[in-house]
Ligand binder design. Structure first.
Ligand code: HEC
Ligand code: HEC
Ligand code: HEC
Ligand code: HEC
Ligand code: HEC
Length: 310
């Protein structure tokens, strides 16, 4: 009997204790939520701190110059309605704080502090090469893909992954870019290649490649892939571009003049157009696929309805 009482007493005090802790956690959560993102207390939940040790390295300096380091600002100041889920690609810290949920540290568009920072791609706990969070060939496509419903239903935000892998378009068979087989690290191969000569043997922060993630057409000629002497890409690319842009114009005129934008034919034609546009503006990552997508859109013309005078 005495034992049972002791047990009940212990149980009740434990329950009370946890209720108090829970209450404190909620209060903290509430107060943090209402503070501005500039506040120091908000910064502490996720101070990445990589710069303490890596701040002098090229990787860090390059990153500060390029798009990924502006991803949060561009999201918040951009033209679309911002939801917390946008942070999954636009801010490192989201996965840790919002998805796993750390009590007292809500991570949302008001409290977010990180752009696409080092820890979006690296972790000292990783066993991958260069401490990447996922292997290089899977890394970029985890964010540069269109299936996020980001900018609102039916708006293709970006489509580099789908275009490069040649999939998800309407009415066209799978058609991966030849580069998928040729480049083990996929996007990294072109976008992180460093071809700039070092000036006077000095370490230089690259304008292309490395952690700027900017591709440079000089990559085409390196490793003997495309003729680097007369650089056949320098003559071919403008021709491809002109061809794709002309087809895009034709599809756009067709879509603009369509009277009914609810039919499946219209949606398919628009999806293909948006995919090419969301890639780089002109389907650069897979020209044959871009061509096939736009041709399919044009083939749907007889199924679209147009105002009488068209
Ligand atoms: C965590 C998500 C994420 C990952 C992983 C990611 N990106 Fe990005 N990337 C973004 C976002 C968001 C932007 C848009 C930044 C902005 O606002 O301009 C972007 C922008 C870019 C740009 C345009 C840069 C500029 O200066 O305008 C390039 C090129 C790019 N990424 C290449 C890559 C490559 C290559 C990889 C793989 C090594 C990669 N990205 C991995 C999210 C990601
Ligand atoms: C699946 C990952 C992902 C999600 C989720 C995501 N974005 Fe993005 N966003 C990107 C990438 C990658 C880029 C860079 C695209 C490029 O440079 O071609 C980008 C670029 C942008 C840009 C700058 C370029 C532009 O299109 O104007 C804005 C603004 C933006 N995103 C807003 C949003 C908003 C708002 C949301 C949520 C509703 C969102 N994003 C959700 C990956 C994502
Ligand atoms: C968008 C993804 C991404 C982001 C963000 C990123 N890295 Fe990297 N990083 C990579 C990839 C991919 C490699 C491997 C490149 C390769 O295999 O050629 C790499 C390689 C490295 C390396 C070793 C090779 C080198 O280039 O020096 C260091 C060091 C490094 N990163 C540090 C950083 C630091 C510090 C930050 C934050 C400023 C950062 N990275 C941000 C993707 C990223
Ligand atoms: C206390 C100092 C310290 C901090 C903080 C730190 N690192 Fe490191 N990091 C190191 C050291 C030391 C190495 C090993 C250096 C080497 O072997 O070249 C390393 C190695 C790495 C590498 C591998 C580079 C390569 O050549 O493959 C990457 C990537 C990296 N760190 C990323 C990060 C990121 C991302 C953060 C922040 C989340 C971070 N580090 C924070 C000290 C630090
Ligand atoms: C064969 C080389 C190559 C491969 C592979 C490649 N890209 Fe590109 N990418 C380029 C070139 C070249 C540009 C155009 C750069 C320019 O216009 O200056 C570009 C443009 C882009 C842009 C637009 C950059 C901007 O400044 O707006 C993004 C984003 C991008 N690539 C992401 C990716 C992703 C993600 C992958 C992998 C799915 C990938 N790329 C694979 C060469 C490549």
């Amino acid at each position: 009997m005495k034992q049972a009482f002791l047990f009940l007493f212990l149980f009740l005090s434990l329950l009370m204790g946890s209720l108090v802790v829970f209450k404190i956690a909620t209060i903290q959560a509430d107060t943090t939520n209402t503070q501005e993102s500039t506040s120091e207390t908000i910064k502490t939940p996720f101070a990445e701190g990589c710069n303490k040790c890596h701040g002098d390295e090229d990787a860090y300096k390059e990153w500060t110059q390029a798009g990924h380091s502006h991803a949060l600002v561009n999201l918040l100041e951009g033209p679309y309605e911002v939801k917390t889920s946008c942070l999954s690609c636009h801010s490192s810290g989201y996965t840790l704080f919002a998805e796993r949920g750390i009590p007292g540290h809500p991570y949302n568009e008001k409290t977010a502090v990180n752009a696409v920072a080092c820890s979006s791609c690296h972790s000292h706990a990783s066993k991958e090469e260069h401490l990447l969070v996922v292997p290089a060939n899977k890394l970029c496509i985890s964010c540069h893909k269109m299936d996020c419903g980001c900018a609102g239903a039916g708006i293709v935000h970006q489509s580099q992954a789908e275009m490069f892998l040649g999939r998800e378009g309407a009415g066209v068979k799978r058609m991966p870019s030849p580069h998928v087989r040729a480049m083990k690290k996929r996007c990294v191969h072109c976008h992180m290649a460093k071809n700039e000569p070092k000036k006077d043997g000095q370490e230089t922060v690259a304008k292309h490649g490395g952690h700027t993630f900017k591709a440079d057409f000089s990559t085409c000629g390196s490793a003997g892939c495309h003729d680097s002497v007369d650089n056949d890409m320098a003559t071919k690319l403008p021709l491809y571009r002109a061809e794709i842009e002309a087809k895009m114009k034709e599809v756009k005129t067709m879509l603009d003049n369509a009277a009914d934008n609810t039919s499946q034919a219209y949606k398919d034609a628009k999806l293909n157009y948006d995919m090419v546009k969301g890639d780089s503006g002109y389907g650069l990552h897979n020209i044959p696929y871009a061509r096939a997508l736009l041709e399919h859109s044009l083939s749907l013309k007889p199924q679209l309805t147009f105002a009488k005078d068209q």
